[in-house]
Unconditional design. Structure first.
Length: 286
């Protein structure tokens, strides 16, 4: 039985329809990458899975728990607060921004939820936090505060914090978008290891390389609808829908261009370092 079942999912903000009837399933141990242009509804769809956004219509079931369901008259029925809270204990989410508590160390950020939500004794939670930080390559940063960490390191602490609740499902929302490109690899490596360990993952991403290498399936969403979905290799290498083809061409064509711009910029910096007289005018002071 699928871990996640979503059918007819709709979400509106006022008169704006963001999701227009979305259907998908996630099997246990499966990694699904969600791709699409900005404003297509990717993040909203992800946030609906654990009811951080309350759907306008449709049905969501996670791990045999029906979180919401549309009735025959069009009204929505939601699980009670206790059931939603229990479901969320098994769903980890990592956001674009790290959302770490700035006044807490890395270890303190990781132990907060297990202690407060699951009543895990502090010594046990602390030992587990050190294990998780070690697993994401930050075993030596347990006493560091967020401001003392790079963006990539903060995001890895955020992943450790989500894993501290022992989730059955992990949701990742553009987790590399707020860090420097050179640091994104650190985060993607942690996610790849999680996938190899069998973690079920829904990943909103613009990292096509990650989607190709790690994802079992890819969902392409545009204007609030899933335009195409299927095995990662099929969707990314041989898409059947023209809109998918156009999107992938745009994304893949931009990558070499960005590399060329970066290389040109590095060449200019090297040139200035070799010939500092180019900064501020000619040698005669003009």
């Amino acid at each position: 039985m699928a871990l996640v079942n979503v059918s007819g999912l709709r979400k509106s903000f006022g008169k704006t329809d963001v999701l227009k009837g979305v259907d998908f399933q996630v099997e246990r141990g499966e990694v699904i990458s969600i791709i699409g242009p900005s404003g297509s509804g990717k993040t909203t769809m992800l946030r609906c899975v654990n009811l951080l956004e309350r759907p306008t219509g449709g049905r969501i079931e996670v791990d045999s728990r029906v979180l919401c369901e549309e009735q025959a008259n069009g009204s929505m029925t939601f699980a009670d607060k206790a059931a939603i809270r229990e479901a969320r204990e098994h769903i980890g989410m990592v956001f674009q921004r790290f959302n770490l508590f700035p006044h807490m160390t890395a270890v303190e950020n990781v132990i907060e939820a297990p202690i407060a939500v699951k009543n895990v004794p502090k010594p046990e939670a602390t030992a587990r936090a050190h294990e998780l930080l070690e697993a994401v390559g930050l075993g030596h940063k347990g006493d560091s505060y967020p401001m003392q960490l790079s963006g990539g390191q903060q995001q890895r602490v955020a992943i450790a914090r989500a894993l501290a609740m022992d989730p059955t499902l992990m949701l990742f929302d553009e987790v590399t978008s707020a860090v420097d490109p050179e640091l994104a690899g650190e985060i993607l490596l942690v996610m790849k290891r999680l996938a190899e360990q069998g973690m079920t993952m829904l990943v909103v991403t613009h990292e096509m390389g990650f989607a190709a290498e790690v994802a079992d399936r890819v969902l392409f969403i545009d204007h609030g609808r899933i335009v195409e979905q299927g095995p990662a290799a099929d969707v990314l290498q041989n898409p059947s829908h023209e809109r998918t083809k156009a999107f992938l061409h745009a994304v893949l064509d931009r990558a070499p261009m960005e590399a060329e711009v970066e290389e040109a910029a590095e060449g200019l910096v090297d040139d200035l370092l070799v010939r500092p007289e180019r900064i501020g005018g000619d040698d005669d002071g003009s």
